[in-house]
Design a protein around this ligand. Structure first.
Ligand SMILES: Cc1cc2nc3c(=O)[nH]c(=O)nc-3n(C[C@H](O)[C@H](O)[C@H](O)COP(=O)(O)OP(=O)(O)OC[C@H]3O[C@@H](n4cnc5c(N)ncnc54)[C@H](O)[C@@H]3O)c2cc1C
Length: 456
């Protein structure tokens, strides 16, 4: 069934090997959950720890069991729509966080455009209850595809179908920080968090922005296909808007490795020039080659930049669990999942799927993309349950992405696009670069619409 022998070795753990590998994988998962990502040192992987054994304590399957790993945008959508596509499915959603807090719209919380309730007053329990599936708070740690068994820190679970939606992890090597330089990585993580993954980062970022006393505040744009293309540019606007509103003296310095803004360029340039002329300094073609977080210096190819505070966004890679499970695409420079791009199953395995930001296709890694994509993947899995050769016609995901550029008044711009199945690039693009209050209202309504789709 599996063509790749390396993949097969990783997937087909022997029982004996499993105890060892699960212990390692669990340690690795715990480390990844703590934010270590790809830079996990071998010593840490080999550290002894208490593994889990036995079955995950969930009710017996009452139909074909579909296990979904990750209760973010893709996983929550998938769990709900799998049940709608086939009410006989016994769906189990596994999520390592105990409380939901959305990444999307989090830039709006920093300057108090929305409150915390908007982002996090959403319950996994309500979502499961409203949609007839089981939610369990645990961390997936390993996989035996031959036995169709998933391992977690709370026990193992058999599946008929498995969907892995773990989102992303950071890759600090893209900042020129060596993989084994954990001192520098952790100083960056903790002193200048990005806020693109964990809720706790978002709290730290908000405290930084609202506590900024003045000087140079740096925002960085990563290289590669990072999560939410417009979000560093939007972040720049909301920090500048906050400073303007509160009379804070200083500058937001946006370092971009690209020669120009990569999305909604006209709208962002207009905001930078017209709303934040004396506050935002946009520096294109600034590729970061190293960071000294202790001295607060960023080294680019051309210069050394001293800063007072920052929110640093390194590059991204597929959610770490994909690596632990041996499911990384050999063609993905960002260690994303090795899936059939039209049916989302791991190549050669019709029982294991991956979607959301962990996909290797060049789609914009955003909430609307993950949500619309998961609607389609639910159809594919439902179809596969009755017919191995699914006839479901491919449906393009839709990327609808707003950015708040003005705060007084609140004004936004947006882009809406679908994808070309040959290139996986944008097609049918509608872009509104003229900032408006109507777009700002539509932005907030869009966020509420996604929460409604995930939780009710
Ligand atoms: C600042 C910011 C602004 C954004 N703005 C927008 C926007 O305006 N519009 C837009 O469309 N998108 C936006 N996004 C992007 C959007 O939030 C993501 O692209 C989207 O949530 C991706 O969905 P996902 O399900 O792939 O990943 P996530 O939503 O990150 O979900 C992954 C889940 O998997 C869980 N998980 C990981 N590993 C395991 C494991 N081993 N076991 C159990 N659970 C696990 C994680 O805890 C997490 O809950 C923004 C993101 C950020 C950070």
């Amino acid at each position: 069934m599996h063509s790749d022998s390396t993949e097969k070795r990783a997937a087909n753990l022997s029982r004996r090997g499993f105890m060892r590998d699960t212990t390692l994988a669990t340690a690795a998962a715990a480390a990844a959950a703590a934010g270590l990502g790809a830079a996990l040192p071998q010593d840490a992987v080999a550290a002894p720890m208490i593994g889990s054994s036995g079955s995950l304590p969930v009710p017996k399957a009452k139909g074909p069991r579909v296990v979904v790993v990750g209760g973010g945008t893709a996983g929550l959508t998938l769990a709900k729509y799998l049940k709608k596509e086939n009410p006989k499915f016994d769906v189990v959603l596994l999520e390592k966080r105990s409380q939901y807090q959305s990444c999307f719209c989090s830039n709006l919380w920093y300057p108090d455009v929305v409150n915390m309730e908007y982002l996090s007053n959403h319950s996994y329990i309500d979502a499961a209850q409203n949609n007839g599936y089981i939610y369990y708070n645990c961390t997936a740690t390993g996989l035996d595809r031959e036995a169709k068994r998933l391992y977690t820190n709370m026990g193992e679970i058999q599946y008929d179908f498995l969907a892995i939606c773990p989102g992303i992890d950071y890759d600090f090597t893209r900042f020129g920080i060596p993989a084994d330089d954990l001192d520098t990585q952790f100083a960056c993580r903790q002193m200048f968090p990005g806020g693109w993954i964990q809720p706790t980062e978002q709290v730290a970022v908000r405290n930084k922005i609202q506590g900024f006393a003045g000087g140079i505040f740096v925002v960085t744009v990563p290289t590669g296909n990072y999560r939410c293309l417009p979000s560093p540019y939007e972040r720049t606007c909301v920090i500048a808007g906050w400073m303007k509103k509160n009379g804070i003296k200083g500058k937001v310095l946006l370092l971009d490795p690209n020669p120009d803004i990569v999305i909604k360029a006209k709208g962002f340039h207009a905001a930078f020039d017209e709303l934040y002329k004396d506050i935002v300094e946009y520096r294109p073609s600034s590729t970061i080659r190293g960071i000294d977080p202790f001295k607060k210096i960023i080294h680019t190819e051309l210069e050394d930049i001293k800063f007072d505070d920052a929110t640093l966004y390194p590059g991204v890679q597929g959610g770490y669990i994909i690596q632990q499970m041996g499911l990384v695409s050999p063609d993905s420079t960002q260690r994303e999942a090795n899936i059939d791009p039209f049916h989302y199953n791991i190549k050669g395995d019709p029982y294991v799927y991956a979607c959301g930001d962990v996909r290797p296709m060049g789609y914009s890694k955003s909430a609307n993309t993950a949500n619309s994509e998961a609607h389609y993947v639910a159809k594919v899995i439902a179809s596969r349950a009755t017919d191995k050769e699914t006839k479901i016609p491919w449906i393009s995901p839709e990327t609808l992405c707003y950015s708040m550029v003005g705060l007084q008044p609140e004004e936004a711009i947006y882009v809406d696009a679908r994808y070309n199945p040959k290139t996986f690039g944008f097609t049918d693009v509608k872009e509104d670069d003229t900032r408006s209050k109507a777009n700002a209202a539509a932005y907030l309504a869009w966020g509420k619409g996604i929460y409604t789709d995930l939780f009710t």
